[in-house]
Structures are given as C-alpha cells and as structure tokens.
Design a protein around this ligand. Structure first.
Ligand code: GYE
Length: 309
C-alpha cells in the first residue's frame, strides 16, 4: 500500500491494496500450504497482507475481522472456521463499506448477501468422489459395508459437505452400509489418532470395512492407531482421505491407505485476482471452485512427485 497520506482505505496510487486475511489456523499441511500461497501471492502482486492465524477459534477470527474494519483495510479475506455465527461481524464490514471475500470455507446460505464471492473447493463434490469410489469398491460386499468416519471441525463447511456428499452417493447407489461410528477429529493428526483409538476400544476393528477421514492429518493419525492395535491399515481396513499432501500420498505409496480425494490449497494467485476485481467493483460469480482430482492406488506413485505440499 502507499506510504503516507490518509487514504489507506483506497489503497496505493499504484493499485496496491491493504488486505486483511483472517485465516483458520495452522492445523494441517493443507492449511500451512494455503497460508504460504496467499502470502507469496500478495507479495508478488505488491499488496500489503495483514495476516491473522485464528488458531481454529471463531472468537479470534471475529476480533481479527473487527480489527481489519477499524484499520480500514481495502478488502477483508475470511476463511470462516465454521459456517454459522457470522451475520453480525459481516454486517459491520458491510456498514463500513469494506468488501469481504471468502477464501476456502463457506458460511451458511442466510449470510450470502454479506460477502462478495467465495473462492475455494466444492466440498460436497469431494465427498461425492469419495462416495463414488466406496460404492464401487464395496458393491459386492454381501454382508453390508461397515464404516467409520472421522469428521473435520464440527460445523465447518468441509466437514458438513464432505459428509453430505459422501452419503448422498452411497444412498443413491443403493449401497448396503452401516455407519458404525462418526466423530470429529477437528482436522488434526493428534485428535484423529485419539478418536480412532476410542473407535478401536469401543467397536474393535474386526468386521470394519472402511474408514473415511475428512483430511490427511486425521487419516494419518488413525493409521498410527490402527498399526498400534496390531492391524494393517489399507488391508485389514480400507481408508479414504481428503487433501492429498505429500505425507498422504507417501502413506498411499506405502500401501497404508486406498483412495485420495484431492483438495487444492494453492490458490493464492487466483485469490489476488479476485481481490483486485472486488476492489475494482467488478461483478463476480458468487462462487469459484478450484480445480481438483482424485487418485486410487494405481496412481499414487506417479502422482507423489507432483504434490506441492
Ligand atoms: O481439508 C483440512 C484443513 O478447509 C479445505 O481444512 C480446508 C480443510 C482441509 O484443516 O486439511
């Protein structure tokens, strides 16, 4: 942004902007890569980025947004930790005339008028990809498919939509399945492992067919718990993860998991384009999806060197 003057809210005369970014936290490799991508892109574009790591705490994110409003930044970028509870602070931003762009996660539909646009993944589609693979893989499972689910942060858009998309396809395909247990591991390896240990204590692993983990970290934590219980992840129990970090793909190459749904965090450059258009007052689509794929065991080895995080 420009140096002196009292026109910070207008950005610099050279088109540089002051951007406030209220990030979720640093809970996963995905998140770390996303923060790095946004920071590098802002720098390359010559914008000033005020970055706040909210440590997965909505209260911290709300006060970060309020600080950005007080500082009269040009554009606020918010990656909302959960979908609900944003109406008041988003209204405050609107009243202050500061546009809000959602990056990555979304908010509930009722608040749709209070942000300009969202750039991020189609989480329901990610869930459907996982569900399509599971429905095909277990189509001939005569005694019913018994499923454990490790959900992401309770109330977050990716947890809600990855769950919904997955079971939508299993139901549509008519798979005979049972959800043996489904709990949140908050998108972290530590909590994923702890919840999996509880699953193992409560249900055992005999007769469990599939673990669906909403991200890599929880899947990798669960793999440790499964190994410590003396079972073989990827063989005794099939595993799906979402994200596709290097560590996730390595576990796939090692045969410890069976399907990876990609979620792409490297959208910093695209985000800067969106922010510039918003600052310009251009009209934008309400949602732009980043491009993503999915990989089965036959593809893990070839894809591993391509992973960026
Ligand atoms: O999948 C997970 C992270 O919101 C898409 O958040 C993101 C998710 C990602 O903690 O690893």
């Amino acid at each position: 942004a420009c140096g002196g003057g009292d026109d910070d809210a207008e950005g610099g005369a050279d088109g540089s902007l002051v951007i406030g970014f209220a990030q979720v936290g640093a809970e996963s490799a995905w998140r770390t890569a996303n923060s790095a991508s946004v920071q590098a892109a802002a720098e390359a574009a010559g914008h000033e980025l005020k970055f706040v790591d909210a440590q997965q705490d909505q209260e911290k994110q709300i006060s970060a947004v309020r600080d950005f409003i007080n500082q009269q930044v040009d554009v606020i970028v918010l990656a909302p930790v959960v979908e609900t509870g944003w109406t008041e602070v988003l209204q405050e931003a609107e009243d202050a005339g500061i546009p809000v762009v959602l990056a990555d996660r979304g908010v509930e539909a009722a608040d749709e008028d209070l942000y300009v646009t969202r750039l991020g993944s189609d989480f329901a589609e990610e869930g459907r990809k996982a569900g399509t693979w599971a429905a095909e893989t277990f189509a001939d499972d005569a005694d019913g498919t018994r499923i454990l689910e490790l959900q992401g942060t309770t109330g977050s858009a990716p947890a809600n939509d990855r769950k919904a998309g997955f079971f939508e396809v299993l139901d549509a395909e008519g798979l005979d399945y049972e959800i043996v247990d489904s709990q949140s591991g908050n998108f972290t390896a530590e909590e994923g492992k702890a919840v999996m240990e509880t699953f193992i204590t409560t249900h055992g692993l005999d007769g469990i067919d599939l673990l669906y983990a909403h991200n890599d970290e929880m899947g990798l934590g669960a793999i440790q718990a499964i190994e410590e219980s003396g079972k073989v992840p990827g063989t005794d129990i099939q595993i799906i993860i979402v994200d596709g970090s290097k560590a996730g793909f390595q576990a796939g190459v090692d045969g410890k998991l069976n399907y990876i749904v990609e979620c792409n965090p490297v959208f910093g450059d695209q985000l800067m384009d969106v922010v510039e258009q918003v600052a310009n007052g251009d009209s934008l689509e309400k949602f732009t999806a980043v491009e993503e794929s999915a990989f089965d065991a036959s593809q893990f080895e070839a894809e591993l060197p391509n992973r960026q995080f």
